[in-house]
Design a protein around this ligand. Structure first.
Ligand code: GFB
Length: 311
């Protein structure tokens, strides 16, 4: 439906895990990729964002720029997660309209759904119940982004769409133990403890379940939706299977070679009990993930060793 050949595509947030995966994915396409580092334009600043967009006039934009983090970061910095994300998306979506951008893909998160949404979570579960308290600030910003795309589509006929990825992992992830998501944290902790008899410390009870998708699969799905999807409702992006945190911690420990077992830190929050996406809509459009969890974790661990841990 939307030909990207010969187009100028702005990847907002190209230094992040998703943005850098989009650059890798788009490198094989016949399109020009535009990027803007933080030193060039602060996307939280309306005038800077508008000026840059009016000057560059991209044909399409993928909004991968966001303030992101794991459960503790979300819980600790609610103002940043709400304000920064509202500003980034509002500035980019309005500036896209003003600059005549032909297609916008806005990226959200599976935490937009109610804490107790029926599993697997369908797109129409949005706004049917209360959110998970640890990440409601981020979720509300992302829900506002979906609604802003829908509003511009309704009022002005803009081809703005939204994709909701599940929990992602892969190269360029944040491995900082306080602000990261679960997989990079477990990988780092297992790596650092692998030669000792120290158990791997897992936050929460380990019983909650998450669906993990490799970021290269996610980038592929986003480019697929950029090309093939144009409608008001957002689309879930996931792999359709979940694991418990204890199971995935065991898998990480095996991959890393950590053998001293797991211990659970109940002082840390569990968050949502389960977050499994219903991916029927994306599957019906013709997209499938390719990277099994075990392979994706093994290659991410190699990336971590080479790029973060120093061997
Ligand atoms: O990945 P994570 O931080 O985020 O945590 P959420 C997932 C689960 O893993 C929680 C547990 O139950 C954590 O308690 N966990 C175990 C750990 N060990 C660790 C650890 O060492 N570090 C971390 N971070 N978790 C985020 C949202 O929720 O997911 C965001 O806060 C966003 O808004 C993102 O939606 C995708 O899956 O709970």
């Amino acid at each position: 439906m939307y030909a990207i050949e010969g187009k100028r595509i702005f990847v907002a947030g190209h230094r992040g895990m998703v943005g850098s995966a989009l650059l890798r994915r788009l490198a094989s396409e016949d399109c020009e990729v535009l990027t803007a580092g933080r030193g060039t334009v602060d996307l939280r600043d309306q005038a800077q964002t508008r000026d840059w967009m009016l000057r560059e006039k991209p044909d399409a934009i993928i909004i991968a720029a966001a303030k992101v983090g794991g459960i503790l970061a979300n819980d600790t910095w609610p103002a940043d997660f709400l304000y920064d994300n509202l500003m980034i998306e509002a500035n980019l979506i309005k500036a896209s309209f003003e600059a005549g951008v032909g297609k916008v893909v806005f990226l959200g998160s599976s935490c937009i759904y109610p804490k107790m949404a029926p599993q697997p979570m369908r797109e129409d579960a949005l706004l049917t119940g209360p959110l998970e308290p640890t990440n409601e600030w981020y979720a509300i910003a992302k829900i506002a982004g979906i609604k802003l795309c829908q509003a511009f589509r309704r009022q002005h006929g803009c081809d703005y769409i939204s994709a909701m990825p599940t929990n992602l992992y892969g190269p360029e992830d944040n491995f900082d133990l306080q602000s990261s998501h679960v997989l990079p944290a477990l990988m780092r902790k297992a790596h650092e403890a692998r030669k000792s008899s120290e158990p791997l410390v897992v936050w929460g009870t380990g019983t909650v379940r998450r669906e993990f998708l490799h970021v290269d699969d996610c980038a592929d799905a986003i480019v697929f939706l950029l090309r093939h999807y144009s409608a008001e409702e957002h689309v879930n992006v996931g792999c359709g299977a979940d694991v418990s945190i204890a199971e995935v911690a065991t898998l990480v420990a095996e991959i890393v070679g950590h053998k001293a077992g797991l211990v659970f830190d109940a002082t840390k929050p569990d968050g949502t009990p389960r977050k499994l996406m219903d991916t029927a809509k994306l599957t019906a459009l013709g997209w499938q993930p390719r990277i099994p969890l075990q392979d994706g974790l093994a290659s991410t661990y190699s990336w971590f060793r080479e790029n973060v841990a120093g061997g």
